[in-house]
Design a protein around this ligand. Structure first.
Ligand code: MG
Length: 389
């Protein structure tokens, strides 16, 4: 199936104060979400974006890329569709016309409309009307009829047409034809038009409240494409005389400290390795090799800062850190709260998202003899699913 799309976004935004199609929405703009849906569909070989002359000057160069072409709007919606249609490759089978302000359109809706248009000539994405309808003659308030709601559908876009069907409608009617969509003109040509069940989320962004709803829907969809991942980290350092004891970013009172190239903070090291593990990004020794003299005496907060940079770079978010110290001395219970607060602070997490506790090693082995302190950590991370995964 060879298909093309016309995304109509030539409005001047009288209801929102400025052109709504360029308002920021969930990390992009209103019209970019609409464009992305069609541009990402392999079966849509050309996308024609219709913009006002001013918007073309300001945004045209940025938005025209790959299969997206930008053309100027007409003086009416019909004129804009006509200009868009002129830029569609004439050998495509189906042309889908879409409102740029329906940012929540999905590939499934487009595919359903395109498939139905290929079969029957013209198809309109639509949803059954939920509210009871009242007919009130223009200018009045008196209800004269309550029509059977079951017979009514609210028309959305995309509206898809076989190329020749849309061509005929545009040739038979002028740009000032009294029509709010092209499918009415196809009906007037005496051709069949079918509805294709769509989603109530595919509404047209018209008023400021619609932006709030749209943002919530797009954010929820982004959340659905994130995965919760767990990572595990471990670290151990020798406990020796004449060193400061740093754990979880806190300097603890003790006559011994952890030996290491850095400050030896086994909690921060294990926590960083757990986070990197959840993201599949190795461990801290790769970025901070102990053999590199530049990192001698390094504060482990620097290692955390590096790790948080990796988290941000991956578009991920740390959900929770759980750390278990294993130490015979000093007694760590009195320092739980200060270490927990520090751990949360260093990782920039609310305190409810960190946990820290300690165990002894029951006098067994090197840790049990007080020769070392170790730490185990589990990180829970919310990571985006790669579109190619
Ligand atoms: Mg270490």
């Amino acid at each position: 199936m060879r298909a093309a799309a016309i995304v109509v976004s030539g409005g001047l935004g009288s209801r929102m104060g400025k052109p709504k199609q360029f308002l920021p929405l969930a990390g992009a703009t209103v019209v970019e979400w609409s464009l992305k849906c069609f541009a990402d569909m392999p079966e849509v070989e050309a996308v024609v974006l219709v913009l006002s002359e001013d918007a073309m000057k300001e945004h045209g160069a940025r938005l025209a890329s790959g299969k997206v072409r930008v053309v100027p709007a007409g003086s009416t919606r019909m004129g804009s569709v006509r200009n868009g249609f002129a830029a569609v490759p004439p050998d495509v089978e189906v042309v889908a016309v879409h409102d740029g302000a329906r940012s929540m359109v999905t590939a499934e809706i487009v595919r359903a409309a395109v498939a139905e248009a290929a079969k029957s000539g013209a198809a309109v994405a639509a949803v059954p009307v939920k509210d009871t309808l009242k007919r009130v003659p223009k200018g009045g308030v008196a209800v004269v009829e309550t029509p059977d709601r079951a017979q009514f559908w609210a028309a959305q876009t995309p509206q898809a047409y076989r190329y020749a069907v849309l061509k005929e409608a545009l040739e038979r009617f002028r740009d000032d034809a009294d029509a709010t969509d092209e499918s009415q003109l196809v009906e007037r040509c005496g051709r069949p038009v079918s509805v294709v069940p769509s989603s109530y989320e595919n509404f047209k962004i018209t008023t400021p409240e619609d932006m709030t709803m749209a943002e919530a829907i797009l954010d929820a969809r982004a959340g659905a494409s994130r995965l919760t991942k767990a990572g595990f980290g471990f670290d151990i350092h020798r406990l020796v005389a004449g060193r400061e004891l740093w754990l979880a970013g806190v300097k603890l009172p003790h006559d011994k400290g952890l030996l290491g190239h850095s400050d030896g903070d086994a909690v921060l090291h294990a926590a960083c390795d757990a986070v990197l593990g959840a993201l599949g990004l190795g461990e801290i020794g790769i970025a901070f090799p102990p053999s590199d003299p530049r990192f001698k005496g390094l504060a482990s907060r620097e290692i955390v800062a590096h790790t948080l940079g990796k988290v941000a770079g991956a578009g991920a978010e740390i959900v929770h850190l759980d750390c278990t110290l294993v130490a015979e001395e000093p007694k760590l219970k009195p320092h739980y709260e200060s270490m927990k607060a520090s751990l949360a602070g260093v990782f920039g997490l609310p305190s409810a998202r960190v946990s820290l506790k300690a165990k002894s090693h029951e006098g067994l082995d090197s840790i049990g003899r007080g020769e070392a302190i170790s730490c185990h950590a589990v990180a829970t991370v919310l990571a985006p699913v790669s579109p190619r995964a």
